[in-house]
Design a protein around this ligand. Sequence first.
Ligand code: ACM
Ligand code: ZN
Length: 689
Amino acid sequence: MRFITLLLALALGTMSLSAQENIITPAPVRVQGGICVDDYCAPAEPFDFRQTLNLNISGAESADAERLEAAVSAAGLNFKRVKRHAKSGFLSINIFSECMEQEDGYVILTYPYGVDITAKSAAGAFYALQSVRQMVEAGDWQTGVILDYPRFGYRGVLIDVSRHFRSMDFLKRQIDMMARLKMNRLHLHLTDAAGWRMEIDSYPRLTSYAAWRTPATWKEWWQGGRQHVDEGTEGAYGGYYTKEELRDLVAYAADRYITIIPEIEMPGHSDEVLATYPELKCTHSPEFQGELCIGKEATFEMMQAILDEVIEVFPSEYIHIGGDEASKDNWKLCEDCQRRMREEGLESVEELQSYMIERMERYLNERGRQIIGWDEILQGGLAPNATVMSWRGEEGGIAAAEAGHDAIMSPHAYCYIDAPQDAPYSQPESIGGYLPLEKVYSYDPAPETMDKKVARHITGVQANLWAEYIVEDSHYEHMLWPRAIAVAEIGWSARQNMNFEDFRPRAVKIVDRMIEEGYTPFDLKNEIGNRPESKSDIEHLARGKKVTYIYPSFYYYPKYGAEGDITLTDGKRGTWTYADNRWQGFLGRGGVDVIIDLDEIQTIHSISADFMQICGPGVFMPCLVEIAVSADGENYTKIADIEHEIVVDELPSFKSFGWKGETEARYIRYKAHRSRYSGFLFVDEIIVR
Ligand code: ACM
Ligand code: ZN
């Protein structure tokens, strides 16, 4: 025990901090250069990590000792295994559960003549070795103390292998990288409309049929009838994992202290299941159905049989059973679903969904497992022991935590890394607005202001990478890294140690190293950054002036009202995304039609406004902009008629529609017409000079 007290005293010393603080990612809790006693510190000096170290490991089960030895090798250290702590040139790893309170924590004590790692758990020792690896890679390992432990127990990434199948090798490469960043959960999205990916003996058609399609890209498949084909059909695209492969992957991840959480979607996102076993559709048998029929017992027999096989392969305590985005409409029309509701006294289709989730939870609980579900599982009442994964925002996670359930945060605004991470014109086609590294990094799953009782149930954070638009592995890695590094740091590092200015150069170094190693991350050092116009407010004649909207056909859509009536003259320009509360969205048939009152007659030389186009979510340029001016607000003179031919394209674009000249006026009427493409018009500012 004295030894431990000494360690903590060392760690809490206040002398010079080491440069190694800027080497280790996620940022460690405490780094202390030099060996200190009270307020005396022997100076930090380089540790000779190129020597052959005498490695002894104590307190570890043999499987863990092997894993740790592999991690020492992976850290680039030369060593020979010895039975006892050597006198010098030692690397001694001691697993000792009493050494600190914090789960999976560790202390690295580097003397000039050897290194002692003390860890609370084998995982903690593995994390210590990841810190060591980063010091070795940086060529900078100094004497001193590192005290470290994770902020959250769940630090995850979701990989979507349904929309586009990925190889085992690909998954292992991502696991390697996650492990280096001390992440510990890989959520595998194994099933969805576009393809079922896990071998299931009791329902073989799930992999001989539901795993295959002819269009190779999700987009062509989605737009082209959404059919599946038999395995072996000419041109069949897809694939699945055998149980043997999945067991191998589970073991590979476990060797790196990562748990794989399989997701089997139900009742929604199950189109491929129903395309394969149409007898499980609702009674009125719609052509396409994405939600399992909850009225039929056969649905439960099937899902239970599948889960039996899932838990045989995946030892994870937690099994994800989906629960998101079920349309529920078919259940209203189905005799079997309606009968189930009557018999069970269920008053809504939301309760019907909860009936299914609760039954599946009971089934898994009886087998020693727990469920995780997307936040929609709250809608009809939460299953008694469920953990909620909050994606539509944080509200679901907070509501679950308030009710005493655990919650994992992955709100789409910060954690959906399928959105572009740089200027959208420079990035491949993707979903969503703009989610740069800095925004991901700014996310705090349990801020200071959160009630402590609620915060206690926030068990962690996860980056979700859906793959609708991501065909190639290289593209997948480009989307995943470096944003998942930010999520790793959010999950691990103490908030007071997090600072984007400090993080970014570390992330650049990791990215550069990944590129050297053959990964294809987004090249952070060449980041373009946010839309230049948005970086500072602008002055112009209309700034702060009153805008009158021609209601109702030309009013802005409430969800995209931004700052309300002041938005178009507030001097704030939009970023790359319309979801930034700076762009105002118009969905009315007429488009945009506003009058700006400059308060007095002014000499005007230009009037312009920018629009954006992102065809995927239905945002288009106007087809015609008319600008008119007036001295009295009654009689207007048209000064511009700007026609625009819309070209439907994949990448977002931005365009200014304006007039230049000279005129005198007090009132300006700016009218932008929607084209034959239905959808939104988005405008950020009407600039008058
Ligand atoms: C989800 O993004 N539907 C969980
Ligand atoms: Zn039904």
